[in-house]
Design a protein around this ligand. Sequence first.
Ligand SMILES: [Zn+2]
Length: 389
Amino acid sequence: MKTVFTASRLFTPTEEILNPLLIVEDGRIVEVSARSGKEVPGHAPLVDFGDSVLAPGFLDIHMHGGAGLDLMRASPDELPRLGKFLTTHGVTGYFPTTVAAPLDATCAALERLADAIEAAQNKGKNGNAIQARPLGIHLEGPFLSHKRRGVHPPEFLVNPTLEIFERLWQAARGHVRMLTIAPEIPGALDVIAEAARRHVCVSIGHSDAEMAVAQSGVNAGARHATHTFNAMRPLDHRDPGIITEVLTDDRLTADIIADGIHVAPPVVKLFLQAKGTERAVLITDCISATGMPEGRYQLGPIQVEVKDGKCTAGGSLAGSVLTMDRAVRNVTQFAHWSLKDAVRAATLNPAWAAGLEGQGTLACGADADFTVLTPAGEVVKTIVHGQGL
Ligand SMILES: [Zn+2]
């Protein structure tokens, strides 16, 4: 059965369509067009979202939890609670992201996350609860620089080897889609090359690399950068470092935490100008405390204090309580980007960076995963697989 959606505008997100028609059948988009001159299919129900905007569902490729749930510990049957919470912020797909922890604990978490990903795949359009789906795993650690580890515990950082990567890969049953790695640590280039060969999006980050070393990482197969500016060798005009590589190399997409806390708003603007509308990606790096009262929370093995919207552990920032809809609105304010371009950085660009084909776009044949926004970017409704009314 077909359902027809309309609103005042639609972002594909590369194009803007005025007075759009979005037709959905069996959880998939079967038509995206302008309403003018089109016949609305006779007996199909029409859902009119008035002056709202239809946009692809947001994709968050770096997040650690939310709604009180920590993804290093959560069991697969708890994930729907998180998935539901995420849809209230426009997210329809996400990458559960690990933190450095004992290898056994990490492998146990990866097995649980693989279960959750496979359950979401099997449920597909027959799932009845409307929830964002885990699409793949992001390994943030254990291959990070000691000097730029942030809050990742130093005792759980390890030098990259193909053996350890293989162990993590097996535990995750091949669902690793993203790997954050410091290119300067011994063994990194071999693991970068092997992960890239397996179509993992290799992202340089938590790194103290000089520019030339960061470039070797890219030459070995890295194609992305993790929370630009945070946990990176700082930019110095006589010591360009990894940040200059990230900002100037068009082979790289890059992400940023646009909460105004991790990176000052004018520097977010600098980042967006450097990477442009095609290569800038928004992430939240949100933790279990997101959507919860302030207090003490767990991030894997790390205790985090949440106060005044800031997450800290031992004086360092420890993730965020940012939601993706806010990140999108922040970009329209910090850099005066249009809502369409800001939406692109939360949809098509992460999909492209992470190799999620057919995601992050409203096009014929794509999953009917979309969010309905007010003209100011507030979430009105989120539809997953054509469901959620
Ligand atoms: Zn993180």
